[in-house]
Every structure is written in structure tokens, then in C-alpha cells.
Design a protein around this ligand. Sequence first.
Ligand code: HEC
Length: 158
Amino acid sequence: MKRMILSAMVAAGVIAGAGVAVSGEAEDKAIKARQAVMQLYSFNLGKLGAMVKGEMEYDAAQAKLAADNLVKAASIGQDAMWPEGTAMEDAGMEGKTWAKKAAWTTYPEVANKHKALQEAAAKMADAAGGGVDAIKAAIGGVGGSCKGCHENFRAPKK
Ligand code: HEC
């Protein structure tokens, strides 16, 4: 009963601060979404890396698929996944995100870094079907673009 009254009050906007709680949830979802995009990058780059290292047999179709996925993942519109107030330095964000405030305060630097990834991924997509050596030649560009953004805008997870 208590809960019903509470949720009715929240729905009616009677409880001050209820809006904050709701937007906190929205922020958590946005953070999870952008981390999920990162996981897609990581998974697909990992396949290509494994082929280069000989941990996975080269397969042109699989390589092309991974590279195309990278291109697609890097073309997902992420604007809504990076709302203001969701940097690790912001209130209540500890343990939820490792994105540094600098990503917002130095904008559009972070967008430039993202563009670098898109370009490197496109080169990888052209190369991936052409054998391990072609992947080897393109993978530094992709990995470098991840690193180029991370070293400025992501803190190590502890
Ligand atoms: C434009 C900047 C940028 C680029 C490019 C970028 N990242 Fe990230 N990455 C971040 C930021 C910022 C975070 C922290 C996100 C958070 O915790 O909210 C992150 C987090 C991650 C994580 C941790 C995700 C999690 O579940 O917590 C992984 C894995 C990752 N990146 C992999 C990659 C790989 C692989 C690439 C390249 C193919 C890449 N990233 C390219 C900015 C970037």
C-alpha cells in the first residue's frame, strides 16, 4: 500500500526530487548504451587482432564481417548516450562511468577522435578481405584511434 501511494505520488510529480531519480535512471541507461557500443568495438577488433596474432585462423568472410561490424558500430549515432552530467567527475557517477569530464569541456575534440576511428575502420573494411597482411597493415590505425581517444577521455577502470 505504501508503495502504491508512493508511486502515485511520483507519477503525479508530488514528491520533490522524483524527477531527479527518473533522470538518474535515464543517465544510467545512456552510460550502459555507450559502454555497449565500446564492447562492440572491442569484440570485433578482437577478432581481427586474433587473426593477426595467429590465435584464430584467417577467414576472409569472418574478417570482413568483423571489419564491417566495426564500421557499423562506429556509425551508430551516440549523441544521446553522452548527456551532460555523466562524466566520472560528476556527482553520483562514481563506479558507473570512466568517461572523463574533458570529453565535454574540450568538445569537439572527442568527436574528432571518433571521426578518426570511423576513417580507420573504413580502411580496415577495405583491407580485411585481402589476407592477414592486409589486416596487419590496417589494424594499427584502428587500435591507434581507440587509444587516441582513451588516453584523453577515458580513465582506467579500477
Ligand atoms: C571518441 C572516443 C573513443 C573512441 C574512438 C573509442 N573509445 Fe572506448 N571508450 C571511450 C570512453 C570515454 C570510455 C568510457 C565510457 C564510460 O565508462 O562511460 C570508453 C570505454 C571503452 C571500453 C570499456 C567499456 C565498458 O564496458 O565499460 C572498452 C572495452 C573500449 N572503450 C574499447 C574501445 C575500442 C576497442 C575502441 C576502438 C575500436 C574504442 N574503445 C574507441 C572513448 C572512446
